[in-house]
Design a binder for this molecule. Structure first.
Ligand SMILES: Cc1cc2nc3c(=O)[nH]c(=O)nc-3n(C[C@H](O)[C@H](O)[C@H](O)COP(=O)(O)OP(=O)(O)OC[C@H]3O[C@@H](n4cnc5c(N)ncnc54)[C@H](O)[C@@H]3O)c2cc1C
Length: 556
């Protein structure tokens, strides 16, 4: 049942078997699986079906130093469905190497293996509507060449690994019917968890204090509770509950909020191929179920070990700057649409500001579209149709092969570091009195070296295999040398703030996602990941949530 919690009288006490706090991919998938046990579930989603100004404000916080992280209310959606209401849908499992204890990566190693997770990854693929859990181009497309570029792969690179793309599934809409029909589930729309109340002994969660409006609190008293609010809010709720445990819940060893990880992303350089018409698997491909898939250049575990760097991938992308040097109607249309629609979403004042700042580039793009547009009009219309009007959306528009100018997008693991963290800001609270967060994300020399190694090896391999040239602009070279991370954007890849370890002195949760030393409190989502891989997190978030649901079902 999905109901409006604003009708619940203040002071009401609701008893249940399981309370799930958070209504994003983690919370919804956990609830969907757990309700099969027949036990009662209350889900507190932290908002209603739409994003509101009040919801945005609840996520505001600080960033230190300024501009080293996007504002905390950007990218995260405080609402029913959470961030899956806007996500892109890229689904990638972590690699076996991500679970290993790697001597060259401090704090690496998971207490669980990839083999153990494989069945859950298959189930997660189904929930994400991303097809079969086969991520190997050689078996998914047996009649085609495995590599992106014939002759590219060697001991340093493999380009057969696939990413799969979800519809992208908005979990709150896609699973609304099942959730609505479940007699043992109540989704309390608009309700927020505003305090986690421990019992006086500090070993058991007594209840979750919830509210839709400040001061009108009600209580959810559950045998077990799971926090599924995303990596930043999971840490915030635990740290803010200090009335019984002065350091917060699960924080005896000062680990909650630490090891905050994301990924390093960026676009750099450009490739010109000697023959873009030959043996080049660059576009999105559809598998036998019609699921979009795409190959990536993966730095092999051997190369990671040899160079002492983290896990990393690259793929060809269109330019991200407004520079109109590529002179192509298709690319110019994309740039115009992205800049103008993106600006319009931020309001008329921001749109005017963007147009004034980028006037020269925008006019050049417009000129290219008007001049060459008619020649590619059919192509443009077909691409726009697959991108915007089909149920399964074309994940992104790529520059056509004929441009023979391909930019390298990189996405790399963020090495765990205790000093990369979120903390509570003692002098700023939200309307419910919850202290706001401050993000202090840090990147190490190994992080910078991982990016540089991927890019350098990629360029060398391109030349050596005789496939083409890879040219970095002076600006790219300076950026890669200097490690200037001003303007970093996590893209909502928030990882690691309640990390998992068998050893309570090294982790906040145990391998069952159970908070050490607290009887009945669990954590779902990427906050429990000890390391970040290069992979976007949602598929793994769903897999780990299903694993936790199975565990809780077994406990009875
Ligand atoms: C534009 C964009 C594109 C993305 N593309 C991809 C992609 O292609 N692939 C990928 O893997 N990932 C992608 N992501 C990231 C992905 O969306 C997130 O990793 C994922 O949705 C996180 O799921 P979650 O359930 O852990 O957290 P969230 O989606 O953040 O959900 C948290 C939930 O907790 C609720 N909540 C928060 N605080 C409280 C509280 N105090 N009380 C009650 N409820 C609370 C929120 O309202 C929300 O319902 C993208 C993100 C963005 C913004």
């Amino acid at each position: 049942m999905i109901e409006d919690a604003r009708k619940i009288d203040p002071g009401t006490r609701i008893e249940t078997d399981l309370c799930v706090v958070g209504g994003g991919a983690a919370g919804i998938c956990l609830a969907l699986e757990y309700i099969k046990s027949g036990k009662d579930v209350i889900l507190i989603p932290g908002g209603g079906p739409n994003q509101t100004a009040d919801g945005i404000d609840l996520y505001r916080g600080g960033v230190s130093p300024p501009r080293s992280h996007e504002p905390l209310e950007e990218n995260r959606l405080r609402m029913w469905g959470g961030t899956t209401t806007v996500w892109g849908g890229r689904c990638i499992p972590f690699d076996p190497v991500d679970f290993e204890d790697r001597s060259w990566i401090p704090h690496s190693g998971w207490p669980i293996t990839q083999e153990e997770l494989n069945p859950y990854i298959a189930r997660a693929c189904a929930l994400c509507e991303a097809g079969e859990a086969d991520f190997d181009a050689r078996s998914v497309f047996p009649d085609r060449q495995g590599e992106i570029l014939g002759g590219f792969d060697n001991e340093d690179f493999a380009s057969w690994p696939l990413e799969r793309w979800s519809i992208p599934t908005d979990f709150s809409r896609r699973y609304a019917k099942e959730l609505e029909a479940a007699p043992n589930l109540r989704v309390l729309l608009h309700a927020n968890a505003v305090h986690l109340q421990m019992d006086v002994g500090g070993c058991t969660l007594s209840h979750v204090m919830a509210a839709c409006t400040p001061g009108r609190n009600f209580i959810v008293e559950a045998k077990k509770t799971v926090l599924a609010c995303g990596a930043l809010e999971n840490a915030r709720l635990l740290l803010a509950a200090r009335d019984i445990l002065p350091a917060g819940i699960g924080n005896e060893c000062d680990l909650v909020g630490r090891f905050y990880q994301s990924h390093l992303f960026g676009v750099c350089g450009h490739v010109t191929l000697n023959n873009p018409k030959k043996d080049f698997n660059y576009d999105f491909e559809k598998d036998h179920e019609g699921i979009y898939c795409r190959r990536r250049f993966w730095l092999t575990p051997g190369a990671q070990r040899k160079h002492g760097v983290g896990n990393a991938v690259g793929f060809f992308f269109r330019p991200v700057s407004g520079a109109s040097e590529h002179r192509n109607a298709m690319v110019s249309s994309i740039m115009l649409a992205k800049t103008l629609l993106g600006g319009a979403r931020k309001g008329p004042r921001r749109l005017i500001q963007i147009v004034m700042e980028q006037k020269k580039d925008l006019l050049t793009h417009l000129g290219i579209v008007l001049k060459d547009g008619p020649a590619v009009f059919g192509q443009l219309a077909a691409v726009a149709y697959t991108r915007f009007f089909q149920k399964r959306r074309l994940p992104m528009i790529l520059s056509p092969k004929s441009t023979n100018r391909f930019h390298l997008f990189f996405q790399t693991e963020h090495i765990p570091d205790a000093e990369s963290r979120v903390i509570l800001n003692p002098s700023s609270s939200d309307e419910y009195g919850m202290p706001r967060l401050e993000a202090q994300i840090r990147f190490s020399e190994t992080d910078q070296r991982t990016v540089r190694t991927l890019i350098t090896l990629f360029g060398e391999r391109m030349e050596k295999a005789g496939l083409g040239s890879f040219v970095l602009s002076q600006e790219d070279q300076d950026r890669l040398k200097g490690g200037n991370l001003q303007g970093f954007n996590s893209n909502a890849h928030n990882i690691g703030t309640t990390r998992m370890s068998k050893d309570p002195s090294q982790g906040v949760v145990n391998p069952d996602s159970h908070i050490h030393r607290v009887d009945n409190l669990y954590v779902a989502g990427s906050s429990v990941f000890p390391t970040s891989s290069h992979a976007n997190p949602t598929l793994m978030i769903v897999a780990m949530s299903l694993r936790l649901a199975d565990h809780l079902k077994k406990l009875g």
